[in-house]
Design a binder for this molecule. Structure first.
Ligand SMILES: Cc1ncc(C[n+]2csc(CCOP(=O)(O)OP(=O)(O)O)c2C)c(N)n1
Length: 561
């Protein structure tokens, strides 16, 4: 059957199982938008292209599916770049469709022309400029395949306007086969038996789990392994929720704002099982001092991440889920007492660190941000999907909300993008209309994409925003306090909108708490109010996130409360 490029795009999206896309129209994509009305694909019209990409990203993070967004050429495409880089850094499967000027005008400085393929080459897993409408269907299929397989990531397809409205005989594309791209899922069996014997002989073993555990959907296998072997677990920011935050073996997050216990344990362990992690500098601190007594096993789907930042003794390239299932089976063949020793000394030491130096903050007559997160955890019974902005708000959410399940924690870990949380929450809420979705925000970050309030209102998405309002760019102010002699250069944010009125201006509800005694009441009211809500908590201005490891220091050098 003959079809236009625009029709092929819609058919291909349907064939990939896409039922929602986030986007913003313009001349170069107007044919797609025209065609969209003849499909049952739901389109969410955001207010800024960055919002569209973060929303598709949030959708992908909570569902594990590919998130899809569509933006126009030129400024539409460049506005999307921050979102694309955010997804790339956190390995999130996404397909971004951009419009492009007609093929004949490419390179002519045409109106709204930009080389988005060139611009996004370093921050996409792969990208395409479509030059032939006959290849369009296959390219889309390939893009989805690349986005969701191996180490997932964003894939961009740039489609010139003439390709969109030219016609071709449509043929269902065959299976994707790429000579140069064959991710290796199956781990080396010998290496896995090596892990089993290392576990048997280790006195002080530790599991360090990362975002790979969430992406490969193996939280169950990880939990089984830890409980079967009595090995304590810590994780990176991206790994939160991969292991139940309420389990006795859970030590909390490690790294710059990790728990005392996790940072001590990683420094003292003799065996580290690093699963789906990339050894970010926020985790390792000074690399030479990182886990220097440990034999490190590193399992990752991406061969280029192995030995990249930290030398490892047992590298395993493969899928975490397959690796852990095989390892669990192997361990089951051994006597239980060998596999699950009491580990009295090690677990005793770990528990001493944990109870001796827990996450702490002091109460006062001003609202403490940590208290707000603790109350939020209590009132949502730990079951909400939590997205965050970036800064202190993100770290307090990571520290004080105990994530029990994967895909419940949505944060920009790699790029650290302010303005991510709210649109990501919109994407998450689209995926799960009946779940409670809360964006924990700073007063600075929320102003970066607050315009999406109109989107939330238009589509009736009941996202709740909890602003920890310190009238500062808090995290930068904290660095200035601790390392720049309190020279608070350009971090004062006293001039902000009245967030309650702002919510109302958009047609949403707003509540404010200024005293600790009002926190619970405002949270209860905010959570119970239908539709989108802003809850503005006027918190202690100069509260700091602790523990804190100064940048580049060994992670045992923690500044405590
Ligand atoms: C787009 C972007 N610009 C700048 C930064 C640098 N930065 C990191 S944290 C931070 C402060 C965030 O302030 P706020 O949103 O008020 O949150 P708080 O730290 O006070 O919780 C800044 C400016 C960033 N991460 N992202």
């Amino acid at each position: 059957m003959e079809m236009t490029g625009a029709q092929i795009v819609m058919k291909s999206l349907k064939d990939e199982g896409v039922d929602v896309i986030f986007g913003y129209p313009g001349g170069a994509v107007i044919d797609f938008y025209d065609e969209l009305t003849r499909t049952d694909i739901k389109h969410i019209l955001v207010r800024h292209e960055q919002g569209a990409v973060h929303a598709a990203d949030g959708f992908a993070r909570v569902t594990g599916d590919v998130g899809v967004c569509m933006v126009t050429s030129g400024p539409g495409a460049t506005n999307a770049v921050t979102g694309i880089a955010t997804a790339y850094m956190d390995s999130i499967p996404m397909v971004i469709i951009t419009g492009q000027v007609p093929t004949s005008l490419i390179g002519n400085d045409a109106f709204q022309e930009v080389d988005i393929v060139g611009i996004t080459r370093p921050c996409t897993k792969h990208n395409y400029l479509v030059k032939d409408v006959k290849k369009l269907a296959y390219i889309i299929k390939e893009a989805f395949h690349i986005a969701r397989t191996g180490r997932p990531g964003p894939v961009l397809i740039d489609i010139p306007k003439d390709i969109t409205n030219s016609r071709t005989e449509y043929e269902q594309p065959g299976e994707v086969s790429l000579r140069s791209y064959n991710p290796n899922y199956k781990p080396n069996m010998k290496q896995i038996s090596k892990i089993a014997s290392l576990i048997k002989n280790a006195k002080k073993p530790l599991i360090f789990s990362g975002g790979g555990i969430i992406l490969s959907d193996c939280s169950k296998e990880l939990t089984e392994l830890a409980r079967k072997t009595n090995i304590p677990v810590t994780s990176s920011l991206m790994g939160l929720g991969g292991f139940p935050g309420t389990d006795d073996l859970w030590l909390g997050m490690l790294g710059m704002h990790g728990t005392y216990c996790a940072n001590m344990a990683i420094s003292e362990c003799d065996l580290m099982l690093a699963l789906g992690v990339r050894f970010d500098d926020r985790v390792t601190g000074k690399v030479d001092a990182f886990a220097k007594n440990a034999t490190i096993v590193h399992v990752d789907i991406d061969p280029t991440s192995i030995h990249k930042n930290v030398p490892v003794q047992v590298p395993i390239v493969g899928d975490c889920k397959i690796t852990l299932s095989v390892l669990n089976e192997l361990l089951d063949q051994e006597k239980p007492e060998i596999i699950k020793p009491e580990r009295k000394e090690w677990l005793g030491q770990v528990s001493e660190w944990k109870t001796g130096t827990p996450l702490a903050y002091s109460q006062s007559d001003v609202i403490k941000p940590q208290y707000v997160v603790e109350k939020l955890y209590e009132l949502t019974k730990g079951e909400a999907i939590i997205t965050t902005e970036v800064g202190q708000n993100q770290m307090w959410a990571a520290q004080f909300y105990k994530f029990a399940t994967p895909n419940q924690w949505v944060t920009s870990g790699g790029l650290g993008t302010m303005g991510f949380g709210f649109p990501a929450a919109i994407g998450a809420q689209m995926a799960f209309p009946d779940k409670i979705v809360v964006d924990v925000a700073g007063d600075g970050s929320i102003q970066m994409n607050i315009q999406e309030m109109a989107t939330a209102v238009q589509y009736g998405l009941p996202v709740k925003i909890v602003i920890l309002n310190n009238r500062f760019l808090g995290m930068v102010r904290q660095w200035q306090e601790l390392f720049y002699k309190r020279n608070y250069s350009s971090t004062n944010m006293e001039h902000a909108p009245d967030f309650v009125k702002l919510a109302e201006a958009y047609g949403a509800a707003g509540f404010r708490a200024t005293k600790p005694s009002e926190v619970e009441e405002v949270l209860k009211k905010g959570l119970a109010t239908p539709g989108p809500v802003i809850m503005d908590f006027v918190v202690e201005r100069e509260e700091c996130v602790y523990p804190m490891v100064p940048a580049g220091a060994p992670i045992t050098n923690m500044l405590l409360v």
